[in-house]
Every structure is written in structure tokens, then in C-alpha cells.
Design a protein around this ligand. Structure first.
Ligand SMILES: *Cc1c(COP(=O)(O)O)cnc(C)c1O
Length: 339
């Protein structure tokens, strides 16, 4: 038995999902003639109360398209130093859109409206890059699955309005935040101009992200997706997985969160652990004691059939997901308590 806790992207489609995929009616999506893709886009747009949605192969491409739609070359994006768009998208913001990132030294990947204000370059000061966009992540990936306080997001929205800035949400794990905080998709649609959501993380699809947004910003979305090489054909088979996941795999995220909290509890009591980050959703980040070598620890667990990843600075990450069963969970809890 291999227990893979490296990420919530390691899941394989369930039988139910595969059946839904097989039954999908499809067409050429570049001509917008795929009824299942159209249905998925309409459904997600409706959920967030936005007029437009577009299906993308990856979350990275959806975020990169959003950055491109909001900005012009030479301008600047404000984001946290932990941001996925800055750390894990291959430098795409500068490569694809010619923009720089102004990094906020936030807390667990999150920051305040005041910190946004402090990081806006004065528009009349033509020596510095023109600030154009604020980007945040919910939940935060490198921040350990932390959820934003919604009232802070509303404050940042006001700052964006007052300064003519766009506001983009990287919602790769927005479903986890919604379930954990009992928030609604409409709330988020009201606050952000654009939102990218992943179907291939907690929701268990093999592929797929959707970018939703307002009419004016989304106008160029089809073109930029084409330029990025993301125009796809009979991908209703993939969109069908997304529709299935929205029906069956959202509420159950609560189980992943519960398991993550139980893992954190065992780790908190373990002598080899220095510190466990607070667990709010499905990600557990913990730091080993100084005298415990993280590489050795990872390979020791690997030899017991459990996979996890290092995050640097002697920190490790566990992510719970759809394919992490109760039986596996019992095994891992026992393994960690006796380690
Ligand atoms: C996974 C992830 C993405 C997108 O990843 P893809 O692998 O390109 O789908 C974007 N943002 C965050 C925070 C993520 O965790």
C-alpha cells in the first residue's frame, strides 16, 4: 500500500467520475461547440455570480491569463512572497506579461489592506513601475492551507477601487476555504474581478481549471488562452469530470480537513517535531527538530509506504485528499505516534 500525501493532485478519477466522462457529449471547444464545456463554464460563472467563465487545462495557465488580462508590460502586481504566481509558475508573470511582482512579507501567505496601501507605487512617480493588480491566494499553498479573513478581502477590494487596481484570486483551493469557513461562492464573486478555480486538486479531477470574471476583463480571455496554447477541442470529456466533481466532491472536503487536523495532533505530540503550523484545511506543514535530518526522515517514511514532501528549512508538508482512505489514515496515525 502506497500512501501518497505529497499533494492533493495525486488523486485518480473515481469510477463515478470516469462514467460521467464516458457519457459526455462533446464538440470542438475552440469553436465553443462543446456542450459539456459550455455547461461547466456556465455553471461556475453562475456559482460565482460572474458573467463569464473559461475552461483552462491548468491553474497556472488560468492565473497567467488573468495577469495578462489585467496588466500591460512594465506594470506591477502586488502579491505575497509565498504566492504561487511568483514561486511556482516558472517566472511566468515576467515571461508572459512582462510584469514585475512587488512582494509583501505577509503572514502565512496573507497580508492586510494597509500593507497593500503601503506597497502601491505612487502613479505620478514615473520612475517606478505602475501598480496595476493585487493578487491573493485562498487557501494559501505555501502558507499551509490557511484561509483569509473575508473582511480583510473586502477592505482590500476598497483599496483596489480607490486606486484603480484589479483584484485577482488564485482559488486553486477555494473549495477548501469555502467548506472550512462556510462561505459562499457569490461572496467571492462580489469581491474579486477574476477568480481561477482548480478542479484537479481537492475535487479529484485529472485536469482542469476555470477562470471566471467580469465581462470587460474576460473579453480577451479566449485570445490569450489561444496564445498560451490552451485552445482545446473535444474536452467535454474533461469538463464532465469537473461537473461530476462539483456534484460529489465539494462537501466531502470536510473529511480531508478532519484527517489533516488529526495528523497535526499526532505530530504535535511527537518528539521529533519542533512545530506544527495551525491546520485549517487539508494541508499540514510541520518543522522537524534541528537534529532530525529531513531527507532521512522522508526516506524513512517512504520505506514504510508513506510519501510526503520537503518545503525547505527542515519543514515538511502533508496533504490529505480524496484517495487518502480511512484505512490509510489509521496506518499513518499509528506510524507517526510510534515513530
Ligand atoms: C496547484 C496550484 C495552482 C495551479 O497549478 P496547476 O498545476 O498549474 O494546475 C495555482 N495556485 C495554487 C495556489 C496552487 O496550489
Amino acid at each position: 500500500m502506497i500512501i501518497d500525501l505529497r499533494s492533493d493532485t495525486v488523486t485518480k478519477p473515481t469510477k463515478g467520475m470516469l462514467n460521467a466522462m464516458l457519457k459526455a457529449s462533446v464538440g470542438d471547444d475552440v469553436y465553443k461547440e462543446d456542450p459539456t464545456v459550455n455547461a461547466l463554464e456556465e455553471r461556475i460563472a453562475e456559482m460565482f455570480g460572474k458573467p463569464k467563465a473559461l475552461f483552462f487545462p491548468t491553474g497556472t495557465m488560468a492565473n497567467q491569463a488573468a495577469i495578462n488580462l489585467h496588466t500591460n508590460p512594465g506594470e506591477q502586481v502586488i502579491c505575497d512572497k509565498y504566492a504561487h504566481i511568483y514561486n511556482y509558475e516558472g517566472g511566468g508573470a515576467s515571461f508572459n506579461s512582462g510584469v514585475s511582482c512587488k512582494l509583501i512579507d505577509g503572514h502565512r501567505g496573507m497580508f492586510t489592506a494597509q500593507e497593500v496601501i503601503d506597497n502601491i507605487n505612487p502613479p505620478e512617480f514615473y520612475h517606478s513601475a505602475l501598480t496595476r493588480l493585487v493578487e491573493i491566494e485562498n487557501t494559501t499553498n505555501k502558507g499551509g492551507g490557511a484561509c483569509w479573513d473575508f473582511s480583510e478581502l473586502e477592505k482590500i477590494r476598497k483599496v483596489c477601487d480607490a486606486n484603480g487596481l484589479g483584484f485577482h484570486l488564485d482559488g486553486a483551493r477555494i473549495w477548501n476555504a469555502l467548506v472550512a469557513k462556510k462561505e459562499t461562492t457569490k461572496q467571492y464573486g462580489n469581491v474579486f474581478d477574476t477568480i481561477s478555480v482548480c478542479l484537479s486538486k481537492g475535487l479529484g479531477c485529472p485536469i482542469g481549471s476555470v477562470l471566471v470574471g467580469d465581462e470587460d476583463i474576460m473579453q480577451g480571455a479566449m485570445r490569450i488562452r489561444k496564445i498560451f496554447g490552451g485552445g482545446m477541442r473535444q474536452v467535454g470529456y474533461l469538463a464532465a469530470a469537473g461537473i461530476y466533481a462539483l456534484d460529489h466532491h465539494v462537501e466531502r472536503l470536510e473529511e480531508d480537513h478532519h484527517k489533516a487536523k488529526e495528523l497535526a495532533k499526532v505530530l504535535n505530540d511527537a518528539t521529533f517535531v519542533k512545530k506544527v503550523e495551525p491546520v485549517e484545511t487539508n494541508i499540514v506543514i510541520f518543522e522537524l527538530q534541528k537534529d532530525v535530518d529531513s531527507e532521512a526522515f522522508i526516506s524513512k517514511l517512504d520505506s514504510k509506504g508513506v510519501k510526503l514532501v520537503g518545503m525547505g528549512e527542515n519543514k515538511l508538508r502533508l496533504v490529505t485528499h480524496l484517495d487518502y482512505t480511512n484505512k490509510m489514515h489509521t496506518y499513518v496515525l499509528d506510524l507517526l505516534s510510534d515513530f
